[in-house]
Design a protein. Sequence first.
Length: 530
Amino acid sequence: MTVLSISDLTVGFAQGGTVTPAVKGISLTVGEGETVAIVGESGSGKSVTALSTVDLLPGSAQVTGSIQYQGEELVGADERTLRRIRGNDISFIFQEPMTSLNPLHTLEKQLGESLELHQGVRGEQARQRVIDLLDKVGIPDPEMRLKSYPHQLSGGQRQRVMIAMALANGPDLLIADEPTTALDVTIEAQILELLADLKRTENMSLLFITHDLGVVRRIADRVYVMEQGVVVEHGPTAQIFGDPQHPYTRKLLDAETIGSPPPVPENAPVLAETQNLKVWFPIQRGLLRSTVGHVKAVNDATLTVRAGETIGLVGESGSGKTTLALAIMRLLKSEHRISFLGRDIHKLNRKQMRPLRKDMQIVFQDPFGSLSPRMSVVEIIAEGLTIHKRVSRDEQRQMVADILVEVGLDPDTMDRYPHEFSGGQRQRIAIARAMILEPKLVVLDEPTSALDRTVQVQIVDLLRELQQRHNLGYLFISHDLKVVRALSHRVMVMKNGDIVETGATEDIFNAPQHPYTQTLLQAAIGPIES
């Protein structure tokens, strides 16, 4: 039986008298109890296709073709019909649960709203149903969590709550739009296993949207590959992976981050060094704000970064990776010695640190969030020059043009704004902003996790080239272990604030000693051969 049937679907967005096509005459089906994946890079039309199913597109969208749910036409359906199907028969899980959950409401209220709206269930009956749902998706002590707010949960727990909300009304079709992209590898494996179990126990069909072919291989029965709004290839998962026919499919499959970092120069000087570094955040309670305990974010961290060397910091969310990096940059208070360029900087004040700032820079995970939408590219990149080098406006523009060429962007685009660029281009702008000051040490905080695989490969290649050209030291934070392997000389594994294992990259990947490292690697790349 076919649950969802899409035929000749075309979606365009009207703006200023012109219509920009996003989906161009695609057709697909999802059968009962089947998992179908739509894969492709950003802008391929994956999410637009999914949102079209129950008309969750903005008013500027123009939709033609046919979308049928169990034989009922949804294109052009009235609002009453769509409301009946939304949430009841077709439910969604979105990529970023923190933006999908209301930060002002407890879990009980948010899940209870769905039950009351769609089923008329309220009071004690609703409360018990919420507890059952949270238990079903693996939230520990679900009754104790009823009064929790989204910010009090980990990323994986928030995604489990989103799955619970999607399951609340017993849907026949669950549409998951990039539900694991922002998650650690171990949490990703848990969420994929949970979805597969729920699909079986709840007798659901699953439409899974992703750019990660590794996820597709693990979860999907059939695959549709989209490029620029068109389905270029579809078929059973084993066929798509084993014998891809279209060049774009082959390009996606070949887009694995491979290679190794350039060798560290002999006698490379030490850039940064820590000895038993500790970052504890006090827990204060009561009227007098007495300290009753500490959140032990980083314990006894000892590391060394040399010029031309990359140290990979890996571990799940909350393990202390970013906290450690920010402490080394003196952006967080810490205890014990931090040395930078041979100077103890642990006790330097803001004024004393300022001359050193140009030598230590950071590139963040989400370039769209870290680049000001109100500033042009030239203003964004030149901001550090204004503060640290005080060169003339003409010199600034020339330096910006030079660095844009170095990171692979057209200098003629420097007067544009961030929203006019793709995700990969925005990350190149963020890298240019850091590199224009000619730093010695760069912290790379998940710089590729939000990018498509093909773009990810390009950014890793760029970072390797820049490191070799400028003899840079990198602190590379990531949960993507394939990228860590391709970029890092040494790896440090963190768990709950502790460094549980450290060593040369190939030693860590080929013969991990700590059980936690073994668990991470197994979740990312499969069983480890002994």
